[in-house]
Design a protein around this ligand. Structure first.
Ligand code: ARG
Length: 459
């Protein structure tokens, strides 16, 4: 059979042009959504009296048969039929004869492809929210197990103040919560039906767009037919949300890579999530964490790719828009791979509590608390800061930590010091003193975990 659009042409398409313009190699991923959209469309054509019921039934039967062939992996897609829409329409006509040619009544590939993309992303967004919740659950479980684990907290990657390891993990729970909310919020812009916009201006047939929307579970139909076929904002938004998720995962990856190095030795990733070296027998590399960090680059690239494709496009449809698919599919696959691996990687991570404790005992991350101690004796904070700076310098010069100094040594710096200072400097005390909503005190973190558990079970 010749091209579905062949009537106006007198020459065969150049072979290279055919290959260059085809999208079937990647848009076959949209087969389910394409058939789902066609079924709703043809049902509406029947309901509105545009096609007789007999034709509608034949077309639906044919579409179901093709759906099964595709599901069984037996469909032969061809580049000469360009894209998924025409491959399926061609197969339909082979299946049911010329009546199949009535399916495209009142429809264009322009509103069809947009509909497929909306259906596709809608499903993916729900899946990603589910995967993010699984990841949050793994983090919550680790946090619960580490309510008594103290690590140095860092700023500038310099030890700053001791914190609960649980508190650190809970920071990621908050980040992923925002990611979930962004995806959920984007849903209302994804769940809008373009079909019925025709090629760009609407259609002369008395169609019922709201009926199609209802069948497909869309909350709304596009207000404007030009916008319906030109809008790819919802894909850009998805790519941006995906980029943000990868950014969060990547920061966590960076910490896992650092923490599992001999220098830190704070955690050990499970063997199942690491690989070895082909030359150095001692090595256990955190490849998954590194690759998630690395793959963040392509997800950012997909976002910028599509933004750039769209920036110069006049209304309405342009073939450039076919370029929306590979980046989107790549982001979907990359995100899926990363999220699927991340939850079990976090769940199986071994936490080296002793080593973390040792790190906290051999640093000055409790220095702020002596300053606060002097402030509580009515000394202005700036003066207290100056005095503690001198004490730290004294310690460094004498190879001591703050808890090693005698009370006589302390008194040389200020007469305000007495024995109570030693209790103030204990890591547990330092952590629990930050008893402010959102702080690292163990009762605050316990409550934060409880609040997050409510949110994840409600989602
Ligand atoms: N394969 C095309 C795409 O992905 C489908 C829409 C084609 N429309 C057209 N008028 N050529 O964008």
């Amino acid at each position: 059979m010749s091209k579905l659009w062949g009537g106006r042409f007198t020459k065969k398409t150049d072979q290279l042009v055919e290959e260059y313009t085809a999208s079937i190699m990647f848009d076959k991923e949209l087969a389910e959504e394409d058939i789902q959209g066609s079924l709703a469309h043809v049902t509406m054509l029947g309901k509105c009296g545009i096609l007789p019921d007999g034709d509608v039934e034949k077309i639906k039967d044919g579409l179901h048969k093709i759906q099964n062939i595709i599901r069984r992996g037996e469909m032969e897609f061809t580049v000469s039929d360009e894209d998924i829409h025409m491959n399926i329409e061609k197969a339909l006509m082979e299946e049911v004869g010329p009546v199949g040619g009535k399916l495209h009544t009142g429809r264009s590939r322009n509103d069809q492809v947009a509909t497929d993309m909306h259906l596709f992303l809608r499903k993916r967004v729900v899946e990603f929210v589910g995967l993010l919740i699984k990841l949050q659950e793994a983090l919550l479980e680790q946090a619960t197990k580490n309510l008594d684990t103290i690590i140095p907290g860092y700023t500038h990657l310099q030890r700053a103040q001791p914190i609960l390891f649980a508190h650190h993990l809970m920071a990621y729970v908050s980040m992923f919560q925002r990611d979930i909310e962004r995806l959920q919020e984007s849903y209302k812009r994804i769940n809008v039906l373009p079909l019925g916009a025709g090629a760009l201006a609407g259609t002369t047939f008395p169609i019922d767009r709201h009926f199609v929307a209802e069948q497909l579970g869309f909350d709304k139909v596009y207000e404007n037919s030009l916008d319906a076929v030109s809008d790819r904002d919802f894909i850009v938004e998805f790519l941006s949300n995906g980029a943000m998720i990868m950014m969060h995962l990547s920061r966590f990856c960076e910490e896992m890579v650092l923490w599992s190095s001999t220098e830190f030795n704070f955690i050990e990733l499970d063997d199942a999530f690491c690989t070895g070296s082909s030359i150095m027998p001692q090595k256990k590399n955190p490849d998954v964490a590194e690759l998630v960090r690395g793959k963040t680059g392509r997800v950012y690239g997909n976002l910028f790719g599509l933004l750039t494709v769209l920036k110069g496009l006049p209304l309405a449809y342009n073939k450039d828009m076919q370029e929306d698919k590979e980046g989107m599919l790549d982001t979907v696959n990359t995100l899926q791979g990363a999220l699927q691996l991340f939850a079990p990687m976090v769940a199986t991570m071994k936490v080296n509590k002793e080593r973390m404790r040792e790190a906290v005992n051999t640093d000055f991350s409790n220095a702020t608390d002596i300053a606060d101690y002097l402030v509580n004796q009515n000394l202005p904070f700036r003066q207290a800061h100056e005095i503690i700076g001198k004490i730290v310098l004294y310690c460094i010069q004498n190879k001591k930590y703050l808890l090693d100094l005698t009370i006589e040594e302390y008194k040389k710096f200020s007469s305000l010091f007495d024995d109570r200072i030693y209790a103030v400097l204990q890591p547990e005390q330092v952590v629990n003193a930050r008893n402010v909503y959102g702080g690292t005190a163990s009762n605050q973190v316990t409550e934060a975990i409880a609040r997050a558990q409510v949110v994840t079970t409600e989602a």
